[in-house]
Structure formats: structure tokens, C-alpha cells
Write a protein that binds this ligand. Structure first.
Ligand code: SF4
Length: 476
């Protein structure tokens, strides 16, 4: 159900395919459907290898050896827009007047279908169904007009709206782009003269790189072997960081826009206890993303924290398995309770979200079958009442149990003794951002970008942002 992608780009004085491979492995939690790397080879050709599966299934050492070059981008994917075949794997590349353009993209461009139809009418052909192909072809078209990569990217940004982090190889240059509301995360780091951009700091950590800063809202950052150069598109100071990155998507050891994800989750757990306590004996997380919230809750409640559900790490996530029967089996394969911790106890079970409610019902039953006297469920996000159009595969309200049922109805459906979600003010306060600097679309129904038929968060639309000058240049 939840989808997202991970991207990494590196410019170095040495070969970058292997560091990109390891960076992608550190971003594996962001996409397990396909993996790919594009490298600028000697002579200016872009070489790409991509395949379905996990990063270490998609690449052999021979594949990496063939990708020799000092500038490259990588991608791990869950499908959001488009199908799930290898033709939708990234990076994607097209030819342009300034050489090959390759793209690795995280997010969704909400008006890509309009552009696709417009371009089809002009006779353009598309080989995939995803919005990233629309973007890369639009960029090639802008380059044909300007021959100037920065101007072409700015022109592209003025035409698209949505959530995006783009890594582009354009000719022999590498650019990182973050949408003007900085909905999806993107960080910049450096190690031994190599410059790295990645979806999360975990990729920097695995490469031994120092975090320099987050890529700014609307920033176009060019990485060179000598440093980086920044151009920006102004957005009048507002942001819309996806709150679900902090609650679920990102790894707990990542730092997103200055906030350690583990700390944010722990604060939300503490807040949840203040808002919705209950007489229980132990606090149990649903691993992995419920863990930090459960720890914060247990500390605030002064209750024992027990890892009483053990996760089998070698089973894919339940939501990517098709069909309900497979899901049931998958929950059992994925989670096994430690009966000794649970038997005769009143359990507070902590998880990050409830989407359909079916998985949570099965977990509650696992605990009851293991002897739990009571099961009280606490959720570290508010109820998800609206779809996400900005990079998550959660496109209709029928998929969302909270869109159509009250909290008490959901409690009955999941067979819990009590159920509580963190409040919206509780969540926002615990994250440490102002409400207007976050995207809360799926829990409020008000979105930071214009989406036909949906409410717009009270702020300027992306179409109105204006060009700003170069803001930073660093050369070492
Ligand atoms: S709608 Fe929800 S999941 Fe989608 S970007 Fe906004 S906060 Fe994130």
C-alpha cells in the first residue's frame, strides 16, 4: 500500500558505481520492486543497468564493473504512477541536443497525465506508463529550446506540479532538484572530495560521508568534482514536508530536514500516551516503524517495553503481496509473537498507521491467540481519511478504512479493546514543525498542491512561484 522511491547521485574523482550500489542498499526500505544505476562513461556515453528485485539481486559484481565512470545516479523503486514492469524501472534516459539525459525520480508529478496527452497529440511516443518518462522527455524538449540545463530545468519546474526529487545527468553534468515545497526528502553530503545527494542520510552514513545540509525547497543543485553550485526557484518561504516520511517511510536513523526520525517518533509516542492512556501491563511495537513510537510511549507511561512480535526480515512487506489469502499467510510468516511476554498480560500495541485495517486485525488476533488478556491499539498518525497523490500508492478513499468509518467502528473491525490515534495537534507538536510547513493531505484532505476535486491547503499554488537568482556556490 505505501510506496515511495529512493535516489542517490554521486560525483567523484573515482568510480562511483559501487558507492551508488551501497547507497541504494541503505535506501532499500524505500523501494524493493526494482533497482538501477546510470553512469556517465568515458567519452560521454551514459550506461545504465536496471532490473526488477532488491538491489543485490539486480546487480552482480560484473554489472558494477561494466559501469565504469565518475558521475552517476541510482534509484530504487516502488511503483506509484505507472505499472510494475522493468520498463518502469529507473533511471530513465532519452537523447537531447546536449547529450543523453538520464533521470532518477522520487515522488509524483500530479499534472503529468495532462502533459502526456498534450505531447501524444504532438506525436510523441512513450515506452512506459510512468510520470518520470513525461518529465525526462519534457526536459529534453526544454533543452532543445534553450541548450542551457539550468534554464531548461527551471522551465520544466514552471510547468509541472507535485512532489518530486529529481536527479538528472544532463550531458556530462549532474543536477539534483527538490520541488518548491520540499515535499520529499533530499540531502547533500561529502566524503573525501566526492559529493553525494540522497533521499536519506542513511545513504551518506553507509558511505562514511559527512552530511552538509538538506537540498532546499525549489533548489537546483549542480554537483561537480570540485564542489557544488546552487540555483533556486523561490517559493515564498513555505514548505510541505511529507509528515509520513517522519512517521513511517524514512529509517529511524535518518535525519530529515534537521529532525532525527527516531526522536520525532519517540515524541509522538509520548504524546499519544498523554492523550490516550489505558490500564495496561506492557507496550509492544509492530516492528519496525512502530518501535521508536512504542519506546517513547513506554517511557512516558513508565511501562515495560517488550519486543514481543518478532519480524522475519526475509519476507517482503505484506502490502505488495496480491490477494487477501496471501496477505494472511504473509502476516504469519512476517510476525511471530513471543508467548511468554504476552500470556495473561494487558498489551498496548503501537503501530504507525492503519490503512485498510485488515493487517492490524490479524496482528491483534496473533496477540490474542498468544494469550493476551486485552489488546489496546495506539497509532502514531492521525486517521488516514484521504488519498495521497504525491508519491504514495493510496489513490482512492475506498482503500482507507478511516475514510468511511469512525474510530469506534474501526476498533470493532480490528477487534481491539481500545483504539486511539495521535491527534493532529499532537502529531504536529511532536514533529517540531509548524502545521503549515508540513503536507498533511492524507489526514486532513487539504493538499499543498492543486489536485482536481480536492481542497488546497491555504497557500500560493506552485504555478505562481517565481524565479530567483543563484543563491550559493561552493568550490573546493
Ligand atoms: S498526502 Fe500524506 S503521504 Fe502523501 S505526501 Fe502528503 S503527507 Fe505524505
Amino acid at each position: 500500500m505505501w510506496d515511495k522511491c529512493g535516489v542517490i547521485g554521486i560525483v567523484s574523482t573515482e568510480d562511483v558505481a559501487t558507492p551508488i550500489f551501497y547507497g541504494l542498499r541503505a535506501l532499500q526500505h524505500r523501494g524493493q520492486e526494482s533497482a538501477g544505476i546510470s553512469i556517465l562513461a568515458e567519452g560521454g556515453a551514459v550506461r545504465t543497468h536496471k532490473a526488477l528485485g532488491l538491489v543485490d539481486q539486480a546487480f552482480t559484481s560484473e554489472d558494477l564493473a561494466r559501469l565504469s565512470g565518475r558521475l552517476g545516479i541510482g534509484h530504487v523503486r516502488y511503483g506509484t504512477a505507472g505499472g510494475r514492469g522493468v520498463e518502469n524501472a529507473q533511471p530513465l534516459s532519452v537523447e537531447s541536443v546536449v547529450g543523453t539525459v538520464a533521470l532518477a525520480h522520487n515522488g509524483d508529478v500530479v499534472n503529468a497525465p495532462e502533459h502526456r496527452e498534450r505531447l501524444k497529440l504532438k506525436g510523441w511516443g512513450f515506452v512506459s506508463e510512468n510520470d518520470s518518462e513525461v518529465v525526462v522527455r519534457m526536459l529534453a524538449n526544454e533543452l532543445a529550446q534553450t541548450h542551457n540545463p539550468v534554464k531548461a530545468i527551471k522551465d520544466l519546474m514552471s510547468k509541472i506540479r507535485g512532489a518530486y526529487c529529481f536527479l538528472f545527468i544532463i550531458g556530462e553534468r549532474l543536477f539534483a532538484v527538490r520541488d518548491p515545497l520540499a515535499i520529499k526528502p533530499l540531502v547533500l553530503g561529502e566524503v573525501d572530495g566526492s559529493y553525494i545527494v540522497a533521499s536519506e542520510t542513511t545513504a551518506l552514513d553507509v558511505l562514511g560521508a559527512e552530511y552538509i545540509r538538506d537540498v532546499e525547497p525549489g533548489e537546483i543543485l549542480e554537483l561537480t568534482p570540485h564542489g557544488f553550485e546552487s540555483h533556486s526557484v523561490a517559493n515564498e518561504g513555505s514548505t510541505a514536508h511529507c509528515f509520513f516520511e517522519h512517521v513511517y517511510f524514512a529509517r529511524s536513523d535518518s535525519v530529515l530536514d534537521g529532525v532525527l526520525v527516531h526522536d520525532a517518533r519517540s515524541r509522538i509516542g509520548a504524546r499519544l500516551w498523554e492523550e490516550s492512556p489505558a490500564d495496561v501491563d506492557i507496550v509492544v511495537p509492530v516492528p519496525d516503524s512502530g518501535r521508536a513510537g512504542a519506546q517513547g510511549l513506554a517511557e512516558a507511561a513508565d511501562l515495560p517495553y517488550k519486543e514481543a512480535l518478532i519480524k522475519n526480515r526475509y519476507v517482503h512487506r505484506t502490502f505488495i503481496m496480491p490477494g487477501q489469502d496471501t496477505r494472511e499467510l504473509n502476516v504469519k510468516l512476517k510476525l511471530n509473537p513471543i508467548k511468554r511476554f504476552i500470556e495473561g498480560r494487558r498489551v498496548m500495541l503501537v503501530d504507525d498507521s492503519i490503512v485498510r485495517g485488515t493487517t492490524m486485525r490479524r496482528i491483534v488476533h496473533l496477540l490474542r491467540d498468544a494469550g493476551a488478556k486485552e489488546v489496546h491499539v495506539r497509532i502514531t498518525s492521525p486517521p488516514i481519511v484521504s488519498p495521497c497523490y504525491l508519491g504514495i500508492d493510496m489513490h482512492t478513499r475506498d482503500q482507507l478504512v478511516a475514510a468511511n468509518h469512525s474510530v469506534d467502528e474501526i476498533r470493532t473491525m480490528i477487534d481491539a479493546d481500545s483504539l486511539a490515534f495521535v491527534s493532529l495537534p499532537g502529531l504536529v507538536g511532536a514533529l517540531g514543525f509548524s502545521q503549515n510547513s508540513l503536507c498533511l493531505g492524507c489526514v486532513t484532505g487539504a493538499y499543498p498542491v492543486e489536485i482536481p476535486g480536492e481542497r488546497l491547503r491555504s497557500q500560493t499554488s506552485l504555478g505562481q512561484f517565481k524565479e530567483a537568482g543563484k543563491v550559493e556556490k561552493k568550490t573546493v
